[in-house]
Design a protein around this ligand. Structure first.
Ligand code: NAD
Length: 363
């Protein structure tokens, strides 16, 4: 069902005007087909600042004034992680299409509950896994589907910076959703098990630095290092396959992906029972490096246009509630490994598929 006001514009409210929310308001205010009609933040200084800048919207510190069909058709939630579930539940219960910043919620049961409400009410539930809408990740996915990397061996990523430090959740919950969402999409399946370690320095109950290992079927691996306590800003992911390898550096302005025609041939020699150094031959292939052309669309623009399009055209978003759940179930298991020092934690089998790659039996 298309829900629009008499000007045929989708009315959108934005909740949370801290570091990220204003970016969402800026892009929404430039998008065709919608209008920002409400802004909400508990902080009145921030609220006044952005109400002055975006005069199509009324401002309020009261959630109930935004979460009503009189004010909006859709809402974008960009508040701290721990508030996502309650706000999204209230919005969906009021019959409002809902965009929730990553991570969707802080447990799989919360995600399932949001998915159920959205389904019952025939509403769009959209999760802010912005990289799945970005041109570089779309390009990497295209390369995976075209078998350009050959058999994927592993992926590794680093997401480091000095801040922003969170007070409600660890770096695992705050930063890793980006890398997990990308790796799940490229691998085409959920991991079988995860193992996470980390340390909390600034606040003894919140981890500032985490490393997460995800084990996938067919001997594949995803390694993620996140930290908000690092002098160097880094946003890098490496994909290593049997045919080719690639490095995706999101901080590069133009050449974000470098594809290397490099590899290693590791072959046993004539002696079939030998296992010594001399019984294997290793040869290295150093081929060409090239940078594929990447479309110059701002990821946030692509993401929010997709949100609006999915509402207006009743389409299922790529980053829907199930996609949000996929990521949260990995973090939930990783968090158990981290907090309880459990080592490898198994992930329960999925009942739906991820990405465009067919899932194997146990996943
Ligand atoms: N997609 C991305 O790349 C990206 C980048 C940064 C942050 N985020 C996500 O955006 C969200 C917000 O992050 P941030 O960095 O802007 O945080 P922030 O702490 O800078 O801002 C949060 C804002 O929400 C307001 N707020 C808190 N509770 C509220 C409530 N109940 N009602 C109304 N307002 C409330 C606060 O006053 C604050 O202004 C988080 O979920 C984060 O994970 C996404």
């Amino acid at each position: 069902m298309i829900k629009q006001n008499e000007n045929k514009l989708l009315r959108i409210g934005v909740i949370g005007l801290g570091y990220w929310g204003p970016n969402l308001v800026r892009v929404l205010s430039e998008l065709p087909g919608c209008i920002v009609t409400a802004l909400c933040d508990l902080n009145t200084n921030r609220l006044n600042q952005y109400c002055d800048k975006f005069p199509t919207a009324f401002g309020t510190t009261e959630i109930s004034k935004v979460l009503t069909r009189d004010a909006v058709d859709a809402v974008v939630i960009a508040t701290p992680t721990k508030t996502h579930y309650e706000l999204a539940r209230e919005a969906l219960s009021q019959g409002i299409h809902t965009f929730v910043e990553k991570p969707l919620a802080t447990s799989t049961s919360e995600c399932n509950s949001l998915i159920e409400i959205a389904k019952d009410q025939d509403l769009i539930l959209f999760v802010g896994h912005v990289f799945l809408h970005s041109a570089p990740v779309t390009k990497l996915k295209e390369m995976v589907l075209n078998d350009e990397f050959g058999e994927i061996y592993y992926m590794s990523s680093t997401r480091l910076n000095l801040g922003p430090v969170r007070h409600d959740v660890s770096a695992l919950w705050d930063l890793a959703p980006h890398d997990i969402s990308i790796m799940l999409d490229l691998m085409g399946s959920a991991p079988i098990s995860v193992n996470c370690s980390g340390l909390a320095y600034l606040n003894r109950s919140i981890h500032d630095v985490c490393t997460l290992n995800m084990h996938f079927e067919n001997n594949r691996m995803g390694i993620i290092h996140v930290s908000w306590l690092d002098p160097h800003k880094k946003r890098e992911m490496t994909v290593v396959g049997s045919k080719k390898m690639a490095i995706y550096n999101d901080l590069e302005p133009l050449e974000k992906i470098r594809v290397y025609d490099n590899g290693v041939n590791y072959e046993s020699t004539a002696n079939p029972i030998g296992n010594s150094y001399a019984d294997f031959q290793v040869s290295y292939r150093y081929g060409d490096m090239y940078c594929p052309r990447i479309a110059g669309v701002e990821p946030l623009y692509a993401e929010l246009s997709n949100f609006v399009e999915c509402i207006l055209e009743s389409k299922t978003p790529k980053t829907d509630g199930l996609n949000g759940l996929d990521v949260v179930r990995v973090i939930e298991a990783a968090n158990a490994s981290l907090m309880e020092n459990l080592g490898d934690v198994e992930i329960s089998p999925l009942t739906h598929s991820i990405g465009n790659v067919a899932l194997s039996k146990s996943n």
